[in-house]
Design a protein around this ligand. Structure first.
Ligand SMILES: [Zn+2]
Length: 124
């Protein structure tokens, strides 16, 4: 008979809904954990690709290869990075020792770490 109210069916569906919510909560923490695992693995993979790419770049940067299109942007980025590092040192009032690469105060003539003469800037 249509529209017959079946209390047992209502109870059953409520119980099932409750079980579903409970299992969804369990699933949620399992899902969150898997998402973290996936993210970590993706980061790991990106790093491996980067290391592989860098190894390839170092091995072939002076050769004519198809991947050369990447070399230009890497070389440009390296130049920009070197400039940014120089800007950072300048902003910190420091210079980089040309011999050992350590950070030294701009007003010192010699490196405190290795004793090498520091590049004095133009204004001196
Ligand atoms: Zn030094």
């Amino acid at each position: 008979m249509a529209f017959e109210f079946d209390l047992n069916k209502v109870k059953e569906s409520l119980v099932n809904a409750g079980k579903e919510v409970e299992s969804m909560a369990k699933d949620a923490s399992a899902v969150a954990k898997i998402k973290i695992d996936i993210h970590n693995k993706e980061v790991f993979l990106e790093k491996q690709y980067a290391l592989l790419g860098k190894a390839f770049y170092e091995a072939h940067k002076d050769e004519e290869v198809e991947e050369q299109v990447y070399f230009t942007s890497i070389k440009e980025a390296e130049v920009e990075l070197a400039q940014l590092n120089a800007d950072l040192l300048a902003a910190q009032g420091a210079v980089e020792c040309p011999s050992c690469g350590s950070k030294q105060p701009q007003d010192k003539a010699f490196c405190a770490d290795c004793g090498a003469a520091l590049n004095k800037s133009e204004e001196l």
